[in-house]
Write a protein that binds this ligand. Structure first.
Ligand code: DX5
Ligand code: ZN
Length: 218
Protein backbone atom coordinates (compact mmCIF):
# COMPACT_ATOMS: atom_id res chain seq x y z
CA UNK A 1 0.00 0.00 0.00
CA UNK A 2 1.20 3.49 -0.87
CA UNK A 3 0.71 6.67 1.16
CA UNK A 4 1.90 9.76 -0.72
CA UNK A 5 3.20 12.48 1.60
CA UNK A 6 1.60 15.89 1.07
CA UNK A 7 4.80 17.47 2.39
CA UNK A 8 6.16 17.41 -1.16
CA UNK A 9 2.95 18.85 -2.67
CA UNK A 10 2.23 22.47 -3.59
CA UNK A 11 0.89 23.94 -0.33
CA UNK A 12 -0.83 26.76 -2.24
CA UNK A 13 -2.98 24.21 -4.11
CA UNK A 14 -3.74 21.52 -1.56
CA UNK A 15 -7.23 20.64 -2.83
CA UNK A 16 -5.91 19.98 -6.33
CA UNK A 17 -2.83 18.16 -5.01
CA UNK A 18 -5.03 15.78 -3.01
CA UNK A 19 -6.98 14.89 -6.16
CA UNK A 20 -3.77 14.02 -8.01
CA UNK A 21 -3.22 11.05 -5.67
CA UNK A 22 -6.85 9.88 -5.50
CA UNK A 23 -5.84 6.26 -6.15
CA UNK A 24 -3.47 6.07 -3.17
CA UNK A 25 -4.26 3.89 -0.17
CA UNK A 26 -3.70 6.57 2.50
CA UNK A 27 -2.78 10.23 2.21
CA UNK A 28 0.13 10.98 4.55
CA UNK A 29 -0.09 14.35 6.31
CA UNK A 30 3.05 15.50 8.13
CA UNK A 31 2.31 17.70 11.13
CA UNK A 32 5.43 19.43 12.49
CA UNK A 33 5.56 21.87 15.39
CA UNK A 34 9.06 23.42 15.16
CA UNK A 35 9.83 21.89 18.59
CA UNK A 36 9.93 18.12 18.16
CA UNK A 37 11.47 18.71 14.72
CA UNK A 38 13.17 21.83 13.31
CA UNK A 39 10.36 22.54 10.82
CA UNK A 40 6.79 23.82 10.91
CA UNK A 41 4.06 22.61 8.55
CA UNK A 42 0.38 22.60 9.41
CA UNK A 43 -1.99 21.87 12.26
CA UNK A 44 -5.51 20.68 12.94
CA UNK A 45 -7.45 23.37 11.00
CA UNK A 46 -5.55 22.67 7.78
CA UNK A 47 -5.68 18.89 8.31
CA UNK A 48 -9.44 19.23 8.75
CA UNK A 49 -9.73 21.18 5.49
CA UNK A 50 -7.76 18.43 3.73
CA UNK A 51 -9.97 15.76 5.30
CA UNK A 52 -13.04 17.54 3.92
CA UNK A 53 -11.86 17.25 0.31
CA UNK A 54 -9.76 14.08 0.34
CA UNK A 55 -11.08 10.99 -1.45
CA UNK A 56 -8.31 9.05 0.35
CA UNK A 57 -8.23 8.26 4.11
CA UNK A 58 -5.80 10.47 6.02
CA UNK A 59 -2.70 9.15 7.73
CA UNK A 60 -1.64 11.93 10.12
CA UNK A 61 2.00 11.75 11.23
CA UNK A 62 2.40 14.00 14.26
CA UNK A 63 5.99 15.14 14.71
CA UNK A 64 5.08 17.23 17.72
CA UNK A 65 5.70 17.53 21.42
CA UNK A 66 2.89 16.76 23.83
CA UNK A 67 0.97 14.43 21.50
CA UNK A 68 -1.27 13.53 24.46
CA UNK A 69 -2.79 16.99 24.16
CA UNK A 70 -3.12 17.25 20.38
CA UNK A 71 -3.43 13.80 18.80
CA UNK A 72 -7.07 12.99 19.72
CA UNK A 73 -8.30 16.01 17.72
CA UNK A 74 -6.99 14.41 14.52
CA UNK A 75 -8.86 11.20 15.32
CA UNK A 76 -12.04 13.12 16.14
CA UNK A 77 -12.00 14.96 12.82
CA UNK A 78 -11.94 11.65 10.96
CA UNK A 79 -8.34 10.69 10.20
CA UNK A 80 -8.06 6.94 9.50
CA UNK A 81 -4.71 6.59 11.26
CA UNK A 82 -3.00 8.95 13.70
CA UNK A 83 0.67 8.34 14.46
CA UNK A 84 2.54 9.86 17.40
CA UNK A 85 6.26 9.68 18.10
CA UNK A 86 7.35 7.27 20.81
CA UNK A 87 10.12 9.73 21.79
CA UNK A 88 7.52 12.45 22.49
CA UNK A 89 5.07 10.39 24.58
CA UNK A 90 5.16 10.00 28.33
CA UNK A 91 2.44 7.32 28.22
CA UNK A 92 2.12 5.81 24.70
CA UNK A 93 -0.59 3.34 25.75
CA UNK A 94 -2.84 6.15 27.03
CA UNK A 95 -2.49 7.97 23.68
CA UNK A 96 -3.33 4.77 21.79
CA UNK A 97 -6.41 4.29 23.95
CA UNK A 98 -7.61 7.87 23.31
CA UNK A 99 -7.03 7.60 19.55
CA UNK A 100 -8.96 4.36 19.29
CA UNK A 101 -11.78 5.69 21.48
CA UNK A 102 -12.06 8.56 19.00
CA UNK A 103 -12.42 6.10 16.11
CA UNK A 104 -8.95 6.12 14.50
CA UNK A 105 -6.21 3.58 14.17
CA UNK A 106 -3.35 4.33 16.56
CA UNK A 107 0.19 4.57 15.21
CA UNK A 108 3.55 4.66 16.96
CA UNK A 109 6.55 6.19 15.13
CA UNK A 110 10.19 5.61 15.97
CA UNK A 111 13.09 7.74 14.74
CA UNK A 112 16.05 6.02 13.00
CA UNK A 113 18.09 5.90 16.21
CA UNK A 114 15.27 4.64 18.45
CA UNK A 115 15.41 0.90 19.22
CA UNK A 116 12.25 -1.12 18.61
CA UNK A 117 13.00 -3.13 21.75
CA UNK A 118 12.25 -0.12 23.96
CA UNK A 119 8.61 -0.17 22.81
CA UNK A 120 7.77 -3.85 22.37
CA UNK A 121 5.67 -3.80 25.53
CA UNK A 122 3.41 -0.98 24.29
CA UNK A 123 3.00 -2.18 20.68
CA UNK A 124 0.06 -4.52 21.45
CA UNK A 125 -1.97 -1.33 22.01
CA UNK A 126 -1.13 0.06 18.56
CA UNK A 127 -2.43 -0.67 15.06
CA UNK A 128 0.46 0.84 13.09
CA UNK A 129 4.23 0.97 13.56
CA UNK A 130 5.92 3.75 11.58
CA UNK A 131 9.61 3.06 11.09
CA UNK A 132 11.30 6.33 10.12
CA UNK A 133 13.97 5.83 7.47
CA UNK A 134 15.17 9.45 7.59
CA UNK A 135 15.51 11.89 10.49
CA UNK A 136 12.04 13.44 10.74
CA UNK A 137 11.67 17.05 9.64
CA UNK A 138 12.12 17.29 5.90
CA UNK A 139 11.20 15.56 2.65
CA UNK A 140 13.69 14.58 -0.03
CA UNK A 141 16.35 13.02 2.23
CA UNK A 142 18.27 9.81 1.53
CA UNK A 143 16.95 6.45 2.72
CA UNK A 144 18.69 5.00 5.81
CA UNK A 145 18.80 1.24 5.18
CA UNK A 146 20.08 0.58 8.73
CA UNK A 147 16.50 0.82 10.02
CA UNK A 148 15.31 -2.21 8.01
CA UNK A 149 16.06 -4.76 10.76
CA UNK A 150 13.39 -2.98 12.85
CA UNK A 151 10.79 -3.46 10.11
CA UNK A 152 11.88 -7.09 9.70
CA UNK A 153 11.59 -7.72 13.45
CA UNK A 154 8.10 -6.18 13.54
CA UNK A 155 7.07 -8.31 10.54
CA UNK A 156 8.30 -11.46 12.32
CA UNK A 157 6.28 -10.62 15.43
CA UNK A 158 3.17 -10.00 13.31
CA UNK A 159 3.62 -13.20 11.31
CA UNK A 160 4.12 -15.17 14.52
CA UNK A 161 0.82 -13.80 15.82
CA UNK A 162 2.37 -11.82 18.67
CA UNK A 163 1.32 -8.43 17.29
CA UNK A 164 -1.33 -7.09 14.90
CA UNK A 165 0.30 -4.15 13.16
CA UNK A 166 0.50 -2.39 9.85
CA UNK A 167 4.25 -1.94 9.31
CA UNK A 168 4.82 1.46 7.70
CA UNK A 169 8.04 3.08 6.51
CA UNK A 170 8.62 6.79 5.94
CA UNK A 171 11.52 8.63 4.35
CA UNK A 172 13.50 8.25 1.16
CA UNK A 173 11.17 5.67 -0.41
CA UNK A 174 11.48 5.65 -4.20
CA UNK A 175 12.05 3.24 -7.11
CA UNK A 176 15.59 2.52 -5.85
CA UNK A 177 14.70 1.77 -2.23
CA UNK A 178 11.15 0.37 -2.10
CA UNK A 179 12.16 -3.20 -2.94
CA UNK A 180 14.47 -3.63 0.05
CA UNK A 181 11.75 -2.24 2.31
CA UNK A 182 9.18 -4.61 0.81
CA UNK A 183 11.53 -7.55 1.31
CA UNK A 184 11.87 -6.56 4.96
CA UNK A 185 8.09 -6.93 5.34
CA UNK A 186 6.76 -3.37 5.14
CA UNK A 187 3.02 -3.07 4.30
CA UNK A 188 2.61 0.70 3.90
CA UNK A 189 5.11 2.87 2.05
CA UNK A 190 5.11 6.64 2.53
CA UNK A 191 6.55 8.46 -0.48
CA UNK A 192 6.74 12.23 -0.77
CA UNK A 193 9.19 13.42 -3.39
CA UNK A 194 8.95 10.16 -5.37
CA UNK A 195 5.22 10.74 -5.92
CA UNK A 196 4.80 14.51 -6.01
CA UNK A 197 8.11 15.02 -7.81
CA UNK A 198 6.88 12.77 -10.64
CA UNK A 199 5.20 14.22 -13.70
CA UNK A 200 2.22 11.92 -13.15
CA UNK A 201 1.79 11.14 -9.42
CA UNK A 202 -0.87 8.56 -10.12
CA UNK A 203 1.48 6.63 -12.42
CA UNK A 204 4.25 6.88 -9.82
CA UNK A 205 1.93 5.33 -7.21
CA UNK A 206 1.07 2.44 -9.54
CA UNK A 207 4.73 1.84 -10.36
CA UNK A 208 5.81 1.85 -6.70
CA UNK A 209 2.95 -0.47 -5.78
CA UNK A 210 3.90 -2.93 -8.53
CA UNK A 211 7.55 -2.86 -7.50
CA UNK A 212 6.72 -3.51 -3.85
CA UNK A 213 4.31 -6.34 -4.73
CA UNK A 214 6.91 -8.00 -6.96
CA UNK A 215 9.60 -7.74 -4.27
CA UNK A 216 7.24 -9.19 -1.62
CA UNK A 217 6.35 -12.18 -3.77
CA UNK A 218 9.86 -12.71 -5.05
C1 DX5 B 1 9.77 13.50 7.00
C2 DX5 B 1 8.33 13.13 6.74
C3 DX5 B 1 8.11 12.32 5.53
C4 DX5 B 1 8.50 12.98 4.22
C5 DX5 B 1 8.93 11.92 3.27
O1 DX5 B 1 9.87 13.98 8.29
O2 DX5 B 1 7.82 12.40 7.82
O3 DX5 B 1 6.76 11.89 5.45
O4 DX5 B 1 7.47 13.71 3.63
O5 DX5 B 1 9.39 12.53 2.11
P1 DX5 B 1 10.33 11.72 1.09
O6 DX5 B 1 9.51 10.59 0.59
O7 DX5 B 1 10.64 12.73 0.06
O8 DX5 B 1 11.52 11.27 1.88
ZN1 ZN C 1 5.83 11.47 7.60
Amino acid sequence: MIAPSLLSADFANLAAEVQRVADADWLHVDVMDAHFVPNLTLGLPVAQAIQAVSPVPLDCHLMIENPERWAPGYAEMGARNVTVHAEACTDPRAVARDLKAAGALAGLAIKPGTPLEDYLDVLPDFDTLLVMSVEPGFGGQSFIADVLPKARKARELVDAGHLTLIVEIDGGINADTIEQAAEAGVDMFVAGSAVYGAEDPSKAIAALRAQAAAAMNG
